[in-house]
Write a protein that binds this ligand. Structure first.
Ligand SMILES: Nc1ncnc2c1ncn2[C@@H]1O[C@H](COP(=O)(O)OP(=O)(O)OP(=O)(O)O)[C@@H](O)[C@H]1O
Length: 272
């Protein structure tokens, strides 16, 4: 596959975006989303540092809405999103952020007919990678998800779990500084989930990683910070062991401490 150079975009490597000196790498200020007059996110204010943040919450809590609002750089939202203090309001600043951002949506879709390598090379090209480096970058990302040996296979002929990993490779390509993953481990078998966690861990020192999940096990093993969201509001924000300390301890070992802490928060927030 051949991707055309389109002027300046492909002539340079993307510049680093995030710094930690004065401002948080990623911050949300009174982030509010309404859809069809319904309040979906209710004035979320959060700072994110480098490392992995897991976002937990029941169906309909607003997790996907929050992640999509961040990757759309605050379009159709009230409030502000800033990247190391930069509010991306111009075309140039938006492009700069998008070049350094990787996203895997919940319903990841592939381009029919493309091979694994072509799919990930295309994602790298969209992020402004130099056309001479597309193959090298795609192979590095595919290596991270253990798919380097599948480069020439059509994505449409892969199993569901393997397709999911192509989606992850797309998000990981070009070594993003901001990585947003919406339920990324759905469909992965246990061994693949272990490999996925180690691929994310390897990036967590240099990236802000946000991951929504229903799997408390993944959150506990991977995240530095857990945010529990329900009805568009933050119910908990802290380290995994802080959530564990809330465990009620009366379920005779049928759930983990993290699950118990999570359930306790959800029950405490339910209307009586
Ligand atoms: N375009 C839209 N129009 C109206 N309501 C919407 C729209 N998009 C999302 N919603 C509503 O916003 C709420 C939050 O949805 P969202 O998909 O963000 O939740 P979630 O926490 O990701 O859920 P799940 O765990 O099921 O994926 C839901 O009640 C959903 O019905």
């Amino acid at each position: 596959m051949y991707f055309l150079d389109i002027g300046e975009q492909c002539q340079r490597d993307a510049q680093p975006l995030l710094e930690t000196r004065n401002e948080a790498p990623l911050s949300l200020d009174h982030f509010t989303v309404r859809r069809q007059r319904r309040l979906i996110l209710d004035g979320i204010t959060l700072d994110f540092q480098f490392g992995v943040t897991a976002i937990l919450g029941p169906n309909g809590a607003g997790k996907t809405t929050l992640l999509e609002a961040i990757v759309s750089l605050g379009r159709r939202c009230d409030g502000e999103v800033r990247f190391s203090g930069l509010q991306p309001t111009t075309i140039r600043s938006r492009r700069r952020v998008l070049e350094r951002l990787g996203f895997m949506p919940q319903d990841w879709e592939f381009i029919p007919g493309y091979t694994v390598a072509e799919t990930v090379e295309y994602a790298a090209w969209l992020k402004g990678a130099h056309s001479r480096r597309l193959s090298e970058m795609a192979q590095a990302a595919l290596g991270n998800v253990n798919l380097a040996g599948e480069s020439d296979r059509k994505v449409g002929r892969l199993s569901g779990g393997m397709r999911q990993r192509v989606g992850l490779a797309e998000a990981l390509v070009c070594e993003p500084e901001i990585l947003v993953l919406d339920e990324p481990t759905v469909g992965l078998d246990p061994e693949q989930r272990i490999e996925f966690r180690s691929a994310l861990r390897a990036r967590s020192d240099q990236s802000v990683i946000l991951m929504s999940t229903h799997l408390t096990e993944d959150a506990g093993l991977l995240a530095d910070r857990i945010i529990v969201l329900a009805k568009g509001r933050i119910l908990f924000d802290g380290a995994p062991d802080e959530l564990e300390t809330l465990a009620y301890g009366d379920d005779a070992g049928h759930s983990s401490l993290l699950e118990q802490g999570y359930i306790k928060i959800m029950r405490a927030s339910a209307p009586s």
